[in-house]
Design a protein around this ligand. Structure first.
Ligand SMILES: Nc1nc(C(F)(F)F)ncc1COP(=O)(O)OP(=O)(O)O
Ligand SMILES: [Mg+2]
Length: 216
């Protein structure tokens, strides 16, 4: 995984897409230039069983067509079964040590909210860390309170080369703040799923990281 892969990390499940078809939203996002995708099918009224697996496979196929890494949230078994490019786990999921053993050299992303969680993630070879929620989010019912960019800035100073993606309530009006704070990229759900103009939203979000490099 290259740090650039994190630049615009789209996360989606069926519950995030209100009107359009989820696969249409994903294809539009891929055409518009997302750099990584996370399959996150969880919460009430989401797909289960064979429908769940088929949907994941459809998303994976689209990502392969656009040569974008396909990451599975939480479900390590599914990731291994599909031969996904990686998994993302948080603090309530399987322990990092166990996941690394199960997935071998696949990309391993870990959500971290503290130095202790960060150290554990690094100890077991996390390829990137997700830091947030930076701002309030409506996409994750059990999200922790918004943390702002303080911890993100701290981690960037401590680990200048560590791939870091920021998440939580990020959109076109606030994404620039996390790039300035040192994130390699931003992870978004509703900013894309609820956008009237997905390609315009994506190009705007990506512009911050390029702009930011020029400004530095
Ligand atoms: N799914 C995520 N992806 C990222 C990423 F780094 F990709 F931006 N960061 C954080 C999360 C949150 O992960 P977690 O705390 O396990 O909650 P959930 O499983 O409900 O998403
Ligand atoms: Mg999780």
């Amino acid at each position: 995984m290259k740090r650039d892969n994190l630049q615009l990390y789209f996360i989606m499940g069926t519950s995030n897409v209100l009107i359009q078809k989820p696969l249409n939203v994903l294809e539009k996002a891929l055409q518009s230039g997302i750099t990584m995708f996370q399959f996150r099918e969880k919460g009430p009224n989401t797909l289960t069983g064979q429908a769940y697996e088929n949907f994941a496979q459809e998303c994976q196929k689209l990502c392969q067509q656009y040569n974008v890494p396909f990451i599975v949230n939480d479900d390590v078994e599914l990731a291994v079964k599909l031969g996904a490019d990686g998994v993302h786990i948080g603090q309530e999921d399987l322990p990092v040590s166990m996941v690394r053993e199960k997935i071998g050299s696949m990309i391993l992303g870990v959500s971290v909210h503290s130095q202790a969680e960060l150290q554990t993630a690094l100890q077991y070879g996390a390829d990137y860390v997700g830091i947030g929620p930076i701002f309030a989010t409506s996409s994750k019912k059990d999200a922790k309170p918004p943390s702002g960019t303080k911890f993100l800035q701290q981690v960037r100073i401590q680990y200048p080369e560590l791939p870091i993606v920021a998440i939580g309530g990020l959109n076109c009006s606030n994404a620039h703040t996390v790039f300035k704070a040192g994130a390699d990229g931003i992870a978004v759900i509703s900013a894309i799923c609820e956008s009237e103009d997905i390609s315009n939203t994506i190009s705007t979000l990506k512009s911050f990281s390029i702009l930011d490099k020029k400004i530095k």
